[in-house]
Structure formats: C-alpha cells, structure tokens
Design a protein around this ligand. Structure first.
Ligand SMILES: C[S@@+](CC[C@H](N)C(=O)[O-])C[C@H]1O[C@@H](n2cnc3c(N)ncnc32)[C@H](O)[C@@H]1O
Length: 395
C-alpha cells in the first residue's frame, strides 16, 4: 500500500480544513492510481486517509481525518448520510429527480450520482472514484429504497483529462434508456441521459425555477424571456404559472427540440416560443427593437472555466446583465445565474452592480440563491458552491 507525508505547508493547509492536498505540498511517498492511502505530517504523525491521484495537481482528496483505515462500514455511512438528507427533504419521490451524491462535498470524492425517476446516471471525475465506482454503486443500490431500472456511467466530462482518464459512457445495469420522463412538482420533462448536457439535465436549478415561476404568478399578462434556456424549464414553469408569453432562446438545436416537446407535454405550446439563436446577439437586437418583458432569466454556461478566464468573464457577465436589464419593464424581475466556480458570490455581485450602474436603473438585489439543497456546499470546500442565482428587481 502507498502512503505520503506532507511538507509543513501541506500540514498547515490540511489543518485549515480544506480536503484537497496539492502535489507541491507532498514531501515524500506515492500510491497507485486512485488508491486509498494514509497521509502523515512531516513528523510521521497520522493525518488521515485520502484517495491518491498519480496525475492531477490535486494529489490527494481526503476522506477522513481519522488514523483508522476506512472500510465498508465507513463508506456505507457516507452513502447513508447522503441519502438520508434527500429522504428528509422528500426528494426521493420515485417519479421525480434529484442529485443523490454530490461528490467531494459529501466525502465521496469525484463521484456524482443523479437520479431521473428510476434511472441513475453517475459521473466519475477522478482516479479514486474510478477505482471505487463498482463498490460504491453496490452500496448505493443497497441503501436506496426506490426501484432502479437502469444505471448509466456517463463519465465524459473534460475534468477527467486532468486525471489522465479516458472519457466513457456505458450502461452498467438494465437496458439502455434513450429518454426518461420526470414528473416533479406539477411539471413533466424529458431527460436524455446519454445525449443531454452533464448527466442529462441541470438539476441544480430546480428550486430557482420554481421560485422564479412564483414571482410570475402575481403578474397579469406577464411576458417572460428565458435566455440560455436548455430544455426550457424556467420558461415552461413560468407558462404553467400563468405567463401570457414565454420566449426561450437557446443555441443548441437538440435542446430547442426538447423545449418544444416539453412545452407540448405540459400543455403550454401556445404560450412558449422557441428561438434558436445566440442569446447575446438576440438580447441586443430585441433591446434595440424596444421589446420589453416582465421577467428575464439569464443562465449562461460558465464564462470562466479557470482562473485565467475570469477577466474575460467579467466583461461577459457585465454585458449580458446590462442587456437583460434594458429589456425589463420597470419593476420587472431579472433572474441572473453564474455557474463559474472561479467566480465567487462577491465578485458576481460586483458584476451585477456594474451592469446596474451602466443601465442607469435602480436595481435591488432581492436574494442571492445557490443550487438546490441536493447539491450541498461543504464550507471547508468552497469549490462545492459554484452556482449563484441572483433575483433582482429592476426599477
Ligand atoms: C447553464 S445551461 C442553462 C440551463 C437552463 N437554464 C436550465 O434551467 O436547465 C446553459 C445553456 O446555454 C446554451 N448556450 C450556450 N451558449 C449559448 C449562446 N451563445 N446563446 C444561446 N444559448 C447558449 C447551452 O446550450 C445550454 O443549454
């Protein structure tokens, strides 16, 4: 079995609470790809156990600070802990969807498991989760009390390159399912586990969509613009809440088809217009044409995928939000999201303030939400809190 000992800097970093150890902080030792190994301080005192990576800059992802080697019971407790928080919040409704396991934040490094009705889609993002995949899946299936028809391993994210891992998509249980129907809080939608983004869907925005729709409920004749719409669920929820007209803008052709199908499935096709276009251009064009909306949602892909991209992203977020603000009726609501984890909440707020100033309007931050609670944020791992979703009133 491998093991590593830390430099003094690594020891101090670990005592600060963060569960990742960087290659530069290792004094000596090694392990096999993804191996669970003990970690020692510079004086060979035990500091816990973690999953080793031979390639990533993150060499160890700690799983415990205890000197005792984690065994089956330890991992089962981790799985149970994750499932019981979902159970307590009523997220295990068999027809619905939720994230069951949120990776490093839940002490199960690199592993994400999303549930779409009775289909599980997992993603493994590091050598440790690859090595433990089959073992952890057995534990999850044992602990989950709802039926599972099929399990897909959709490990095709680009982060795997940092770990020298190949992308892979393979069905591990049951028959391949090209589409799954999810029913959740008065809404029905189609998920394509193999073809859709991420594990097939953006589960993190579930609660924010409901919240945005609640605002529309109180507005007579509401016109809503859902930009970067993906499968259109912000907009379709708004239509179900009584919006008169919803415009969904999305550049992916398959996503546009899915918006149309979801609108039909929910009986709101007559209210939902789908435009396949670049959202930035379309927002500018409609603003010049003096179109106005009561609610505008902007939920773009991550503009900053790493630290080097933050400055460029700053310009992108300011410009996008400025255009969105121009399109709002006085008293309208802007729902503005950022999923770049390199941009912290305070920084995002600065972009919104800049856009507000440039727009010449009075803009009130009514709330800054995050992802749904099944994407928990571990306080000692700030990287786990990537999603910001601002609810703004634009006068
Ligand atoms: C974060 S997702 C949106 C998620 C969606 N709001 C939801 O609630 O599920 C971003 C979406 O923006 C789309 N997109 C990316 N660049 C775009 C662009 N320039 N114009 C329009 N859509 C774009 C992507 O295809 C993707 O569907």
């Amino acid at each position: 079995m491998g093991s590593i000992s830390l430099k003094g800097k690594g020891r101090r970093w670990l005592l600060g609470g963060h569960p990742w150890i960087y290659a530069d902080d290792i004094a000596a030792g090694t392990g096999e790809p993804g191996e669970l190994i003990p970690v020692f301080d510079p004086n060979e005192n035990p500091m816990g156990w973690g999953l080793f990576s031979t390639h990533s800059k993150i060499s160890i992802r700690m799983v415990t600070r205890s000197a005792k080697q984690p065994a089956r019971e330890f991992w089962m407790q981790r799985v149970e802990r994750a499932l019981s928080s979902r159970r307590r919040r009523g997220e295990l409704d068999p027809a619905g969807a939720c994230r069951l396991i949120h990776g490093d934040a839940e002490g199960l490094p690199g592993l994400v498991v999303d549930r779409y009705a009775d289909v599980l889609v997992l993603q493994s993002g590091c050598q440790g989760s690859d090595r433990m995949r089959d073992f952890l899946l057995e534990l999850i299936l044992e602990a989950l009390e709802i039926p599972v028809r099929a399990v897909l391993d959709r490990s095709d994210s680009s982060v795997r390159r940092l770990e020298a891992l190949e992308p892979r998509t393979e069905w591990l249980r049951g028959e391949p399912q090209q589409e799954v129907i999810v029913r959740e809080a008065g809404l029905e939608y189609v998920v394509s586990p193999e073809q859709g983004h991420k594990t097939g869907h953006y589960l993190d925005q579930r609660i924010n969509r409901q919240r945005a729709a609640d605002w529309v409920r109180g507005v007579k004749g509401a016109r809503v613009l859902d930009a970067f719409a993906y499968d259109g669920l912000f907009g379709i929820r708004a239509a179900l809440a009584g919006a008169e007209h919803v415009l969904c803008i999305e550049k992916s052709a398959t996503a546009c088809e899915r918006i149309a199908r979801n609108a039909e499935r929910n009986g709101v096709s007559d209210k939902v217009e789908v435009v396949r276009a670049d959202a930035m251009t379309e927002l500018r064009r409609r603003s010049k044409a003096e179109e106005r909306f009561h609610q505008v949602i902007v939920d773009p892909p991550a503009f900053a995928r790493n630290r080097r991209e933050v400055d460029g992203a700053a310009r992108g977020y300011c410009e996008l939000n400025l255009r969105a603000m121009h399109l709002l009726e006085p008293g309208g609501q802007l729902v503005s999201a950022s999923c770049s984890y390199n941009i912290r909440t305070e920084r995002f707020r600065e972009f919104l303030s800049q856009a507000a100033f440039d727009s010449g309007r009075d803009v009130y931050l009514e709330d800054m939400a995050g992802a749904a609670l099944d994407h928990p944020v571990l306080l000692t791992l700030p990287e786990s809190g990537y999603l910001k979703c601002a609810f703004l009133r634009v006068e």
